[in-house]
Design a protein around this ligand. Structure first.
Ligand SMILES: Nc1ncnc2c1ncn2[C@@H]1O[C@H](COP(=O)(O)OP(=O)(O)OP(=O)(O)O)[C@@H](O)[C@H]1O
Ligand SMILES: [Mg+2]
Length: 250
């Protein structure tokens, strides 16, 4: 990771300022009712993520990371506040509207890959096409080639290494060209070598313009992102853009 010059930093800041917000939270809270009272898992969060940004969400266990990711991934809705994703107000959507919206807008990469064990790598990617619109084997194969798995398309998940399985997940997340890639501990189950490969793919995607929101406990992974959003007891602390370490040139 190289530090950027002052001119580069200003350029990056200007780009972030003018980037179209893809995600916008205004006073978003998520409360859970529990036997011991109400838990405010996310407390009055307000921030924006611009198109093409790579943001790392960090924080200790129980700080609200999964709660936030579930909201950003349209798997859940806020108790209060306004959440806008790609120009649409999702806080007001019904369950079926959210399902459709999620299929169109979000590519998920999970720590526990969640591949269907009896489908090949290619079929796992095609399943995501099926849920979105129509299957196309050539496109699915190209997505696997993009993550370096062209030669493994017909393998079952059990016939792939952990790193290869995670790359299938990335191909699956990208196949419908979503504006947001949401990754929850994408390297949490990988050894160092595979972590490097997956980090390299995320870097390439970011360089090609993808918006990446990634939860990670790993400082090395977090350091790859342009910006960190730290959570503590449900409160959000966005690190100012001035402290960003941006990699502008390879
Ligand atoms: N369904 C629920 N009902 C009641 N409380 C909940 C529920 N889900 C989460 N919480 C509480 O909300 C807080 C935030 O939980 P969350 O799962 O978002 O944390 P996290 O940062 O993802 O933690 P971890 O790193 O351990 O995954 C925790 O205190 C948790 O106990
Ligand atoms: Mg969690």
């Amino acid at each position: 990771m190289k530090m950027v010059s002052e001119a580069q930093r200003q350029h990056a800041e200007a780009m972030l300022e003018h980037a179209m917000p893809v995600i916008q939270l205004v006073g978003v809270s998520r409360e859970y009712a529990s036997r011991s009272g109400v838990v405010r898992a996310l407390d009055d969060a307000s921030f924006t993520i611009g198109a093409g940004e790579w943001v790392a969400i960090t924080g200790p266990s129980g700080s609200g990371k999964s709660t936030l990711v579930n909201l950003l991934g349209c798997l859940d809705t806020p108790t209060s506040g306004k959440l806008t994703i790609d120009g649409e107000e999702v806080h007001a959507m019904s369950g079926s509207e959210l399902d459709r919206f999620r299929a169109d807008k979000i590519g998920f990469v999970f720590q526990q890959f969640h591949l269907i064990p009896y489908l090949s790598a290619l079929e796992n990617v095609m399943l995501a096409q099926y849920f979105h619109s129509m299957t196309n084997a050539d496109d699915a194969r190209r997505a696997l080639e993009r993550v370096g798995l062209g030669a493994r398309a017909d393998h079952l998940p059990s016939e792939l290494s952990g790193g290869e399985q995670q790359r299938v997940c990335i191909a699956r997340a990208l196949i419908n060209d979503p504006p947001i890639l949401l990754a929850d501990e994408p390297t949490g189950n990988l050894d160092a070598a595979n972590q490097k490969i997956v980090a390299g793919i995320l870097r390439e995607l970011h360089a090609a313009g993808s918006t990446i929101v990634m939860v990670t406990h790993d400082p090395e992974m977090a350091a790859l992102a342009q910006r960190k959003i730290a959570l503590s007891h449900g409160k959000v602390f966005c690190h100012p853009v001035q402290h960003v370490v941006v990699k502008l040139a390879q």
